[in-house]
Design a protein around this ligand. Sequence first.
Ligand code: ADP
Ligand code: MN
Ligand code: MN
Ligand code: MN
Length: 411
Amino acid sequence: MITKQPASSLPTKTPKCRYDASASKSSSKTTLLEIYFANALPPVGLSSLVESLLDSRVYSHYQSLPDPTDKVLATYIWIGGSGEDLRSKTKVLTDFKDKVELKDLPVWNYDGSSTKQAPGRDSEVYLNPVRIFKDPFRRGKNILVLCEACLPDGKLTPIPTNTRRHCVDVMNRAKSNKPWFGIEQEYTLFHLDDANRPLGWPKNGYPGQQGPYYCSVGAENAFGRRIVESHLKACLYAGVTMSGCNGEVMPGQWEYQVGPCEGILSGDHLWVSRYIMQRVCEDFGVRVTFDPKPIPGDWNGAGCHTNFSTLQMREENGYTEIKNAIKRLEAKHDEHISVYGEGNERRLTGKHETAPITKFSAGVANRGASIRIPRTTAFEKKGYFEDRRPASNMDPYKVTAKLVQTAVLDE
Ligand code: ADP
Ligand code: MN
Ligand code: MN
Ligand code: MN
């Protein structure tokens, strides 16, 4: 399964690579580990000895074993107790010959005491499957299953951290308005073995100041593109509605956009896109964070600009409705900020293309405003607007529900 050079054909001087364990040793005896390292391709992004031992060529042997024809591997995904952490576990579904549908998927459970979602003495939380995606990791007919976390009360009552159920209710009430969302998810990549060092940053100190990195190309500007590309492909394969991706202003920071998605689909697709991002980063041995201000000081934070429109806004003279919606948003600024993400006050400072957290503002093409009206919308007198306030770690179920409650339902 694996072809490795025999020890005798090794060059007398072991080639140096980042993971060369023999480099600092004087012993002339070649160990198995040294043979291993001499033959290993430098694993991209893998940062510690332990992880690089999980050789991708060994792994690919097992991965290439054929899938059983009558089984589907379903990865049940849910949101944990912090409201930001994603969890998952696999269920082997038997006797499935064709495509799996939601009605085929059993309710499952997990230990809520390990995710800060239930007490130890009554720890079961139920997983209620709500949306199926193709599994870009296992491929074949295997699936990712987004789930709601529910009480084991026989009625699937949502647990307190299940914010989706409220969002579904709001979206149902606004169905005829056809609310669309396009969410710009920003995120920052960090070296796994250096908690304070974004990808591409020097070991000690700072990179050159912001300017060349936004939408950049070139090895000296763009750090982590393999993750970006892998994530985009994996999301498209899975069936996530992606509309693009780009490098961001701070080096090591990137963005992708999910949407436009209607109603509850927006939150569902964004959460699954985050799950896929974490899995891709895990494969590359890189840490991804959705913290809104991962590096303090004169560096851009990370947001989740939420572009929004209703049917009325998209039709002739929709601009009137857009302006009315913005007025309603102004009146509820503080309420919105309270559900727009933890730590957002570190990001919404009034600098770095943000408006101050305490002050609502709106403007055409203004990236220093709370709400930006795209120039095309102002010109065509219809379209959408962009709420620039949500932080990168926001819960899209809370944000999309709040937008619809304020801007559409006026409640
Ligand atoms: P920016 O110029 O702020 O960087 P992006 O191109 O990153 O904007 O993101 C714009 C987002 O708006 C995309 O996700 C896109 O799908 C979404 N979008 C486009 N039209 C609409 C619309 N009518 N309603 C809601 N979202 C929309
Ligand atoms: Mn953008
Ligand atoms: Mn951006
Ligand atoms: Mn934007």
